[in-house]
Design a protein around this ligand. Structure first.
Ligand code: PMP
Length: 358
């Protein structure tokens, strides 16, 4: 007798849904999940291993439940006069977002996003039983702020997601756009800045607005610019009251002692870890130029990835590139694909494969 998911007493709203799933395939050139292509140096790997070895001697004890030392370090990294009371950390920014929705969303409440945007915002909303309202971006993938304000007035969302730079389009928001939304939103406004370190010169972070808006939350991650996706460390900056709220929903000891030690050690080596950011931005700008010169449409990008198109059969192009062992991402509006900026060699392989495939 075959027993499936459908035979389980699953929540009705989860029936028929698909899990998040960027393909994890064994390819030579993986340009599909916006990772930093440069691994830690052997010197840094050794420092991380030593930090883990020290931590291992105390693993019979629970970790610091409030991760205070790590939060102090993250606050120092962010600057803007922030301290540990205004910073919270979790296992990736996905867990940060989940905790935000657990605290501020939930049954009978609504979250709003401006799509195309990060697919996990609606998925985590669903998982926390929070309604989802999607407002479309304009044809340049920008948020139409007047439409946003009208949607906020209509739906009164408890949580508004602004992603800047936005995934998958790469589009960054102006501070004035964030400000207008923050003025109008009745609940919390989350600026998901997972790709903040890659933004172009002159694009300010929403961190500058925190002193003015106590319901504004800026979420960040060490998965992208910090080249630490495998360690799972996300964090946020907000008013201390927001941190108090998240402590009501977080699991005790959610952040392992190993994770805390690895992240703090990585912060000791922030300069080294972030040293590739300038090269990746330059490589991104070269990629945008190269694609445009060949007649592709390309969304302006402040991130470490580029969305380009438009293809009558994007699945065909994606598959043809995979045949050449180059894995990119089939995401975004129909006809568009997204490629993460890799090393110069990886980008050369990408360019060859794309020309072959199209
Ligand atoms: N926000 C955005 C916009 C992202 O693109 C991602 C990763 N793809 C995340 C958050 C989550 O990253 P992590 O959980 O690794 O911090």
């Amino acid at each position: 007798m075959s027993f499936t998911l459908n035979d389980l007493p699953l929540r009705d709203d989860l029936r028929g849904q698909s899990p998040y799933g960027a393909p994890q395939l064994p390819v030579d050139v993986a340009l599909n999940t916006n990772e930093n292509p440069y691994p830690p140096s052997p010197r840094l790997a050794k420092a991380l291993a030593e930090a883990v070895a020290d931590t291992a001697l105390g693993l019979n004890r629970y970790p610091d439940r409030d991760a205070v030392y790590l939060r102090e370090r993250l606050a120092d990294y962010l600057g803007h006069g922030l301290d540990a009371r205004q910073v919270w950390a979790a296992n990736g920014s996905n867990e940060i977002l989940q905790q935000i929705l657990q605290a501020f969303g939930g049954p009978g409440r609504t979250a709003m996003g401006f799509e195309p945007s990060y697919a996990m915002h609606p998925v985590i909303s669903r998982g926390t039983n929070t309604g989802w309202v999607s407002v479309p971006r304009d044809d340049r993938f920008r948020i139409d702020v007047d439409a946003a304000l009208a949607a906020i007035a209509e739906h009164q969302p408890s949580v508004v997601f602004l992603t800047s730079p936005n995934n998958p389009t790469g589009t960054a928001l102006d501070v004035d756009e964030i400000r207008r939304v923050a003025e109008a939103a009745p609940g919390v406004v989350v600026v998901d800045e997972a790709y903040a370190e890659f933004r172009r010169e002159g694009t300010p972070s929403a961190l500058t607005l925190l002193p003015e808006y106590p319901r504004l939350i800026v979420s960040r991650t060490m998965s992208k610019a910090f080249a630490l996706a495998g360690a799972r460390l996300g964090y946020l900056a907000a008013h201390p009251a927001v941190v108090d709220a998240l402590q009501l929903v977080r699991l005790p000891y959610h952040l392992s002692a190993v994770t805390q030690a690895v992240a703090a050690t990585a912060l000791d080596h922030a300069d080294e870890l972030l040293s590739a950011v300038a090269d990746l931005r330059a490589e991104r700008d070269r990629l945008v130029d190269w694609l445009r010169e060949r007649g592709f449409s390309v969304a302006d990008s402040d991130a470490n990835f580029v969305m380009f198109g438009e293809f009558a059969d994007r699945t065909g192009v994606w598959n043809a590139m995979l045949d050449q062992k180059v894995l990119i991402r089939e995401v975004g509006p129909p006809g568009w694909l997204r490629v993460t900026v890799g090393t110069p060699d990886e980008m050369a392989a990408f360019r060859r494969a794309l020309l072959q495939a199209t």
